[in-house]
Design a protein around this ligand. Sequence first.
Ligand SMILES: Cc1ncc(C[n+]2csc(CCOP(=O)(O)OP(=O)(O)O)c2C)c(N)n1
Ligand SMILES: CC(=O)[C@@H](O)[C@H](O)COP(=O)(O)O
Ligand SMILES: [Mg+2]
Length: 627
Amino acid sequence: MSQLSRITSVDVVRQLTPSELAELASDIREFLVESVSKTGGHLGPNLGVVELTIALHRVFDSPKDRIVFDTGHQSYVHKILTGRRDFSALRKRDGVSGYPARSESEHDIVENSHASTALSWAEGIARANRIKGLNDRSVVAVIGDGALTGGMAWEALNTIADEDDTRLVVVINDNGRSYEPTIGGLAHHLDALRTTKSYEKILDWGKRTLHKGGTPGHMAYDALHGLKKGVKDVLAPQGFFENLGIKYIGPVDGHDTIAVEFALTRAKAYGGPVLVHVITEKGRGYTPAENHVDDRFHAVGVIHPETGLPVAPSRFGWTSVFAEEIVKAARKRPDVVGITAAMLHPVGLAPMRAEFPDRVFDVGIAEQHAVTSAAGLAFGGMHPVVAVYATFLNRAYDQVLMDVALHNAPVTFMLDRAGITGDDGASHNGMWDLALMRTIPGMRVAVPRDGDELTEMFNTALNEDGGPTLIRYPKGSLPEPLPAIRSIGEGYDRVDILDEDESEAGGRRVLIVGLGPFAPTGIAVGKALAARGDRVTVADPRWVLPHSSTLMQLAEDSDLIIHIEDGLVDGGVGDSLRDELSRRGAATTVHCFGIPKHFHTTASRAQLIDDFGLTPDAILDAVGGDQ
Ligand SMILES: Cc1ncc(C[n+]2csc(CCOP(=O)(O)OP(=O)(O)O)c2C)c(N)n1
Ligand SMILES: CC(=O)[C@@H](O)[C@H](O)COP(=O)(O)O
Ligand SMILES: [Mg+2]
């Protein structure tokens, strides 16, 4: 790792010769495989942007120039080049975050790892620079072909096209894939541009000019800066971008640092908005990733570096249950269709697409469109199942409310990665959905405590034709089945009793509700309180919103309720239960436990559960005052 060990700051990168740059790229790839295989992380995307990131840092003077990474999952190389090479605790507490983080470096700008926002961020920063007269500063947005399918990116492009004097460079990192190959008209257009030869010729000319002098590295960089003459000839617009009025450079071989440098230098010199189309390969240089059909190692767990095989094979048991159930349902019901926002495999729709390719739709990273399209499908007689990560549904709140719920559309939402996810940082905890769904009239929400429950709830949801249903489940492996000792009520009104202490000792009547993955916690708390003399019922309401009449009856008959959920404590399901009881004039005390309303920095799920006081001991301590 001779060149990598020299990189003590980004300035050193600017001094390297072409052959040293090639060595550096190879060192970085070796480092990425070695370190990310131990921690897990976004290996494939980062292997693809090694040369691009080196070139960005040679042409632009970060942090004076701003480099904004869309989504941010591809910022590992940027971290390495800007002095953060200790990846031993990548995506762990107190380690390097998996995304840009302002607390880590002045080179990091945007921490939001929800896709398609970079162009809006960059446009805003560039506009601010212009207003402040900071005309020597450039702003660069690096966006993937996948993220470019998101509506926000198109909205931003629309504005950018009107800002002739804004120093803004949009780099499209086009590897042809999101997880899977990127879908849609824009992806086809990028494909078509890839085959354009005239620009390659111009860029070849640039490269030849640079190499001709035989003076590598720093001199080459200076030479690039000197090549301002004739910039207009190089920057002829192309196709779709031409029609929008945005200058286009490309396509450029993203694994040729000098070619990318040349293109970026031209873009920087232009002085207005320019789009640079860079072709890269996801997983580049690591055979297991290059050969990985599903997603080129988009996001891996801990793997064996030699083979790329996972150390712990089944990380996502909840997803597998859904994957199997929707295939079974699709076999029986031709109206069942699946929708994914560019995450076919991670949400579990791949087996259904394999068997029913015409009934699974990948809409790109377009959650808003996914939801409203589902409303349309429902109107057309289908039963759509929208499978997304919980955190990404935030983006489509208005569509769930106005297009689905207002029209009583029978759409089923399957929210994977709901609750605390931890290692993906603040943006990826699926902690907002319950509080948001609480505000939606007619939305029925279920939280399964095990795989059997998920199966049953999913089938109930598919049989609902009067309005929307939503089922949310966490990231990770499945818990052991937790059977009820008895049930009260039927259908949506059914409440499962998981434990009860029927002693007539005369203690308080305590109702404990631990939603979904917190059901075992509820049982543990219940046992401890029963041992202290309380009369305890541990209940699982299953369909948690709206509150069932059975649950309300149990609640009204209790002196104290302890409510635990894997969602926001303020405004969540427990909070809603407390409001409902108060409206009914019940005197019951409700203690709510859940996720505090903060942005939580990276840590493991277990660590965060501990921090939030969601362990049985912490809950017992917290309710201790009521003894
Ligand atoms: C709003 C939103 N939806 C879904 C995701 C999940 N996601 C993360 S990266 C990704 C694919 C990104 O593809 P692209 O932008 O081309 O980047 P690449 O990984 O190919 O470099 C998806 C779907 C997300 N981060 N944000
Ligand atoms: C960047 C992004 O949003 C996804 O790649 C996400 O990090 C994947 O998370 P899982 O590993 O939980 O599937
Ligand atoms: Mg891509």
